[in-house]
Design a protein around this ligand. Structure first.
Ligand SMILES: *Cc1c(COP(=O)(O)O)cnc(C)c1O
Length: 390
């Protein structure tokens, strides 16, 4: 493993084009990019940011930025159509599923899901972390939401056995949060829903590996973890679940049918965010698609987990077989050491390693856009820290 300095200064030629002469002398200061391990909003591919910068003032001869453009204009029409087409190709989304670009964050879907799906006013939730719990609480506003499995007894450090759940016969759907961003667990096997439609919040594992969409009724996620900027939510919904038969009082904007009928252009969509998401889809295709991403994500995660398993100072906090490839929580033994680690790492250009406020310790989010070199730099730094604290 290379033991190079963590802080890297990489040129961003496209930004220079936009900002013109006079930036060269300040480039060192302006262009220093850290390795950003934030859980979200999170790291984006540098190539995407550079290309967006180069198009900032004049998007492909339009004479304006995408930010300044009507969402009904021809260039934006192409942006959103291409984004959907690329996403469909990447994931292999069949024709009987709709792709919606929405707003309101993943948290707003916590309400939209029951409002659109709770015909019997019964839904089963598998509670594996803070986000699943929030979704569960939200569903209770609308009907009889039942927690049919939970891992709260052990601080959400594992995924419960979901092979033979007590699924309610009249449940409108079974709900999971597939990758638990805060606790760092992931469903590596989908639950046996006994024929009920599966609804999954995939915010923090979206496009990290190939998926079989046909196993889901609804798959949705906020873009700001693994895809693009905050402000965009992508929902992939089987067509027959998009109906006028929603709960009474459902706001027009939260009705999936409104959004589907208008091809996500019922009102002004988060246009610039969708544009960046589209670039990320193209970037993922250039990287070799979701199988290649899975391979790389497995390799990156293995670097970190192997180190944690061998370390005498650090340890991972999650049951091994349920480990996430995206969010890796770990601790150094006590709160003072944890704090020292986070501070020293930051000084070395490894940012946002502090664990979620509800769990403490550290968490490294190593999404698609985190280069392998970033994980190598982190592991090298952890090794150095461990040697210094023997
Ligand atoms: C971040 C996150 C959310 C909340 O997303 P918002 O867009 O802030 O509402 C929901 N679910 C998961 C799994 C997340 O990681």
């Amino acid at each position: 493993m290379t033991n190079h300095p963590a802080r890297v200064r990489r040129g961003a030629p496209a930004a220079r084009n936009v900002l013109g002469r006079g930036t060269e002398e300040r480039e060192g200061a302006r262009m220093a990019r850290v390795y950003n391990f934030s859980a979200g909003p999170a790291v984006l591919p540098e190539e995407v940011l550079a290309e967006a910068a180069s198009e900032m003032l004049d998007y492909r001869g339009s004479g304006m930025s995408v930010m300044e453009m009507s969402h009904r204009s021809k260039p934006f029409g192409e942006i959103i159509e291409n984004a959907e087409a690329d996403l469909r190709e990447l994931v292999g989304i069949p024709d009987n599923y709709r792709v919606l670009f929405l707003q309101g964050g993943a948290s707003q879907q916590f309400a939209a899901v029951p409002m659109n799906l709770m015909k019997n006013r019964v839904a089963d939730y598998i509670v594996t972390g803070a986000w699943a719990k929030k979704a569960f609480k939200e569903a209770k506003i609308f009907g009889d939401a039942r927690a049919i499995a939970s891992s709260e007894d052990e601080t959400f450090s594992y995924i419960p056995d979901c092979s033979d759940l007590d699924v309610s016969p009249d449940a409108d759907y079974v709900y999971i949060c597939e990758n638990n961003t805060i606790y760092g667990t992931k469903f590596h096997t989908l639950p046996n829903t006994k024929g009920k439609d599966l609804v999954a919040d995939v915010s923090s594992c979206f496009l990290s590996e190939p998926v079989d969409i046909t196993r889901y009724g609804v798959m949705y996620g906020g873009a700001q973890k693994n895809i693009g900027p905050a402000g965009v939510v992508i929902s992939i919904i089987r067509e027959d679940l998009i109906t006028d038969d929603v709960l009474e009082g459902t706001p027009t904007m939260l009705k999936w049918k409104t959004q589907a009928d208008a091809n996500s252009l019922y009102n002004t969509p988060p246009a610039y965010g969708i544009y960046i998401c589209g670039k990320v889809f193209k970037w993922l295709k250039d990287q070799g698609g979701l199988e290649a991403m899975q391979q790389r994500n497995q390799e990156k995660a293995a670097l970190l987990y192997d180190f944690l398993d061998a370390s005498k100072l650090f340890r991972g906090t999650v049951r091994k077989e349920d480990r996430s490839l995206m969010n890796v929580p770990f601790v150094a033994g006590d709160a003072d050491l944890d704090a020292a680690f986070v501070a020293e790492a930051k000084a070395a250009g490894l940012e946002n390693l502090k664990g979620h406020r509800s769990v403490g310790g550290m968490r490294a989010s190593i999404y698609n856009a985190m280069p392998r070199a970033g994980v190598e730099a982190l592991v090298a730094f952890m090794d150095k820290f461990e040697q210094a604290h023997k």
